[in-house]
Design a protein around this ligand. Sequence first.
Ligand code: UT7
Length: 334
Amino acid sequence: MSKIRAAITGVQGYVPDYVLTNDELATIVDTNDEWITSRTGIKTRHILKGEGQGTSVMVTEALKGLLEKTNTDPLDIDLVICATVTGDSIFPDTANIATYNTGMTNAFGFDLSAACSGFLYALTVGAKMIEGGTHKKVIVVGADKMSSIIDYTDRTTCVIFGDGAGAVLLEPTEEEGIGIIDYQHHGDGSGEKYLYLVAGGSRKPATVDSVMAREHFVRQNGRPVFKAAVTGMSDVVKKVMKRNNLDSDSLDWLVPHQANIRIIQTVSKMTDFPLEKVMVNIHKYGNTTAGTLPLCLWDYESQLKKGDDIILTAFGGGFTWGALYLKWAYDGKG
Ligand code: UT7
């Protein structure tokens, strides 16, 4: 009997309507389009506006679109894993809210927190639930409303991040070679000091003082994170390529986390990948944290072909990082 693997059988993204341009940011903080474009590659990012609008709004839209596109009955979904660091609240989890909103009453769901590597980790967990034979239809979604934890008086972070969600449907396949084949993930808690939120968790719950000190916003020391991201992603991509006897000629696509165009270009160089094979959409959405990888797959879906060899890689707060190798399961649509 051939091995059961998990295959991505559909992908859908959602970004909010409001587009925040570099020029608008230049009216808020001391920055300009030239600096942002040359240092990050970002031109615009989408922002979820409106009172009471949490990440579940974007997750719900992505899930609805995915069900419709793949002609899937919500009652057939077994599990939804939502990678996010900006859930609607500490609990209940956003996956649970979104399954309710979309009528997935036979599904259970949970959130997974691994910052920008969240989608990659969640995809791995979802794949294992399918491979185990107990789950037939699993949705993995990466979503973040970064605008809810970004300090729009801090020019070093506010130009980088945006809001968005992307979801994939995973189903079992026994077709030779198709599906999620291999992965390698890492974590290193010593990276905490470079990218973190000071308050709002159990270590330092919210107080009037913590709000006044702006401790509920992302703090980042960009340079060490940049270096670790380049090294981490390049090394892990090379490892996964080597043990699967792949090289940049035989691979069809590299899907890197979208944090900075210079990081993407350097990783592409260090792994010997020509840029034409590297998915890039950072100019449109900025860094949507757990949303970047599925939003790339969504944007490039029409170009993908059955049998394409693809490596996804991510790096994020924690530090967390990893790479996953899959063979695409269908000819492009969307
Ligand atoms: O997804 C999670 C992981 N995160 C990442 O991967 C992010 C990794 N880091 C980065 O992408 C980059 O480090 C940044 C985009 C955050 C910063 O770019 P950089 O080239 O490393 O700039 P820098 O921090 O070294 O700052 C250079 C200069 C500084 O001015 P001085 O000290 O040289 O006078 C900054 O104050 O640029 C200044 N600067 C800005 N100038 C205009 C910083 N932000 C801005 C800005 N507009 N928005």
